[in-house]
Unconditional design. Structure first.
Length: 187
């Protein structure tokens, strides 16, 4: 049985530094823990997301993407900083979810912004949001600013080191599951 990690970039732009950061995290996690991974952008969910007042109002594709997010074993969630917080459409997506939908799910939180002054978005905005959902947010959040990217890709050594440290924190979830899987296979 393969375990799945899904990344969601809260950016509407393409190309996006936020997406590049999410992709880097998902690639590291899939390689390290032998997972199946995928990455979505909010723009992939299309216009039905902004118009939906409940999950049942999403288009078929959008609902499928949200179902993938909900069924994943782990998540990487990131938003660009917009006026000191996550984007409105990013929040709207989570407003549509049942409060218990993400309970216990390990989540790597990340954000991108123009400069270092927005780095606390993870602690002051994202962590409380996913605390409400009773998610298991990883201890290390990853914030990246414009200076951490080259040609749209994360390249700063300190950023990549922090990203590796954060991804390593998925280990308790996947090591336990893989050990249980081996025990069942041996019986």
């Amino acid at each position: 049985m393969s375990y799945k990690i899904i990344g969601l970039s809260g950016s509407q732009s393409r190309p996006s530094k936020t997406r590049a950061l999410v992709e880097a995290a998902v690639i590291r996690a899939t390689s390290q823990f032998d997972l199946v991974g995928a990455v979505f952008d909010l723009s992939d969910l299309g216009p039905s997301l902004g118009q939906a007042a409940k999950l049942s109002e999403l288009s078929e594709f959008s609902r499928s993407a949200v179902d993938s997010l909900l069924s994943a074993d782990a998540l990487v969630l990131a938003s660009p900083v917009y006026k000191g917080s996550y984007t409105g459409l990013f929040k709207h997506l989570f407003d549509l979810l049942d409060p218990s939908a993400l309970a216990g799910k390990p989540i790597l939180l990340a954000a991108t912004g123009g400069g270092d002054r927005h780095a606390l978005i993870i602690e002051h905005q994202l962590r409380p949001l996913f605390g409400f959902f009773e998610s298991q947010t990883l201890a290390t959040g990853v914030y990246a600013c414009d200076a951490d990217f080259t040609a749209g890709q994360p390249t700063a050594p300190a950023l990549l080191s922090r990203l590796d440290r954060a991804v390593d924190q998925f280990a308790p979830w996947f090591a336990r599951r893989q050990a249980a899987q081996l025990t069942v296979a041996a019986e």
